[in-house]
Design a protein. Sequence first.
Length: 438
Amino acid sequence: MSGFFRWFGLLAFGVVVIAVSLYTVSRLMPVPAEDAKALALVEAPRTMEGPNGFAALWSLRHDVAVAEAERLLVLEVESFRARPILAGAGAEPSLASALDAYPRIDAEAGSDTLCSARETQCLRHVRDRMDALVPAVAIRKTLAARVAALDDYDYFRSPFPARPDTPLPGYNPLFQMQTLYAYAFARGDREEGLRGVCRNASIARKLVASSDMLVGGAVGTALMDTSAALFVDMLANLPADYPLPHECAAAFDADGAMIAGICPTMIGEGRYLMEGFRALNAGEPHWHRRLMTDLFLDQRKTMARGARRHAWFCSSQADALLRADTPLGKHAPVSGGWTFSCLANATGCILDNIAAPSLAGYAERFQDTEARLRAVSAWRALREQANDARPLGERLDEWQRAHPGGRGIRVGPDGSGLEIDLFNDRQGLVFTLPPPAP
């Protein structure tokens, strides 16, 4: 019996030695070169030229001068940095913002009569409710002026540190303006309506180009989608040779700006998640959590694994897929999997694999928005061919040969309108345009 315990003890000791040895080797393994390169890309500072409009966007819903909002924003960021992180169960409500001292101008009155953020027939919606919309439009005049002023800025970048409780600006007023522009157009003020919807498209472009978080880029694409739909509805009610305001010169051009925003948006989201991860692990946890952190969580390796997933959207493989107009989500890495380094970073690998699917479907939104703009560009060009008696399909094929690349456009089943297939089906599988006739 004593021999059994001796051999059992030796076996257990051997298992422990092997386990400790494997753990030690796993712990000492360096960050893979590919992951390290991705992490450097995510952590690299990104500078932008021109005035930052974040303070104006942040204070959009309050009756406060932008200069004062910029001063308040500096104080708010300092105060936010000093606060404990509010995350998880039992977290206390966020502290009051300095903006709460100023009246709100984003009235809720009449919201039920406005076009929704996903409305594809806003002009028709407005024409059916002209009388009911009078008070709703009137009380949003001040808000409309503040939204219009956003186009004076070059980009919108948040100065708040990236944390799970980072304050976000209110984007809803941007979508409420679509109703006001459609209302102006419907009542006969075509210039105001067109200028407004084209300004919103310009703001959408800046949101996509300057986004430091996924939510900003996603809002930008959604705003461009609704703006493009309203712009086409307006043009369909005008002669083909109607002179457009200068704001509309390139607002809806299919110039690659939407898909160009995928890489910086994903990198910005990666930076946000990395900084939030750092912030969550910077405090003093309970001893048992500290033990698990010290033994089974390598913060840098975990961040590098996540960075590789975000940096992929800036890779040559992603670029080739974009040029071929192939859905990125079908090829993007959705999990870091399990490697030998996970032995000493089990917690990190679990967290990374849980977070991996969070990017699914978002890149396709950018691709679909670019495809919509391409369809709008084709629609406008065909619309100007009023004296061309050739069949629509023939003229469309000619335009696509002259503008290769991008999503294929086809004539609709009724033989008069245009349509394209969409990758992201959140608003349907097909985007349609009316007949391109003046």
